[in-house]
Design a protein around this ligand. Structure first.
Ligand SMILES: Nc1[nH]c(=O)nc2c1ncn2[C@H]1C[C@H](O)[C@@H](COP(=O)(O)OP(=O)(O)OP(=O)(O)O)O1
Length: 189
């Protein structure tokens, strides 16, 4: 179990900083996703990712993204670019213990072959047939933009699996001001 660290990544203070990684095989026009087998979002298809964890050796949110992809899929991304921030607010419990501010990474190259782990079972999908009906409901609102080469800045408020509020932002400084997060020099610092 990873421990949260607000000292790595951007987003609200006192909230878990997490990562999601979307890898695209451009030659085959397909995206590497995976069935989450346990933990948050179990049963849903998502990119690999998870919480920043200093005790696991993370020195940056990019290092978190690479480590989580290694742990969950057995591959090492080699050209990740930070392309956005999604702030997830969960009203399920009064303590907002599921809240996380997630840096979104995009890449097209990696070392190794995707392999099933205890946490995830990899699945390839054509870029024109992303399985949004098996994913978190926010994904179809922003993943098409990410795959079109855009940066994505959103906040979603959930009650369980249902979106009850959302907002999109033009850029990182605008988003950080709107969600009450400290300013940041860079998305992947
Ligand atoms: N609404 C949402 N839509 C989405 O696409 N991804 C979400 C999401 N809410 C959370 N996530 C992602 C972000 C992150 O990659 C992951 C949660 O990370 P965690 O490390 O907390 O997961 P786990 O419960 O597996 O933790 P561990 O037990 O530490 O492995 O779920």
């Amino acid at each position: 179990m990873a421990t949260a660290s607000a000292s790595i990544g951007v987003g609200r203070a006192g909230v878990k900083h997490t990562t999601l990684v979307y890898l695209v095989d451009q030659a085959a026009s397909r995206i590497l996703l995976a069935l989450k087998k346990r933990g948050m979002g179990a049963g849903k298809v998502n990119g690999p990712g998870g919480k920043a964890d200093v005790s696991a050796g993370d020195t940056s949110i990019r290092a978190t993204a690479i480590r989580e992809t290694q742990e969950e899929m057995g591959i090492t991304p080699t050209d990740l670019q930070a392309r956005g921030l999604i702030s997830f607010v969960f009203t399920n419990d009064g303590e907002h213990s599921w809240d996380n501010d997630c840096t979104i990474f995009f890449g097209t190259q990696w070392d190794g072959e995707p392999t099933e782990s205890d946490e995830m079972a990899p699945e390839w999908h054509p870029l024109d047939a992303v399985p949004y009906d098996r994913m978190w409901p926010d994904d179809e609102l922003w993943l098409p933009d990410l795959l079109a080469g855009k940066e994505v800045y959103w906040q979603f408020t959930f009650d369980g699996d249902a979106i009850v509020d959302s907002a999109s932002y033009a850029d990182l400084p605008t988003m950080l001001a709107a969600i009450g997060a400290p300013e940041a020099a860079a998305l992947d610092a």
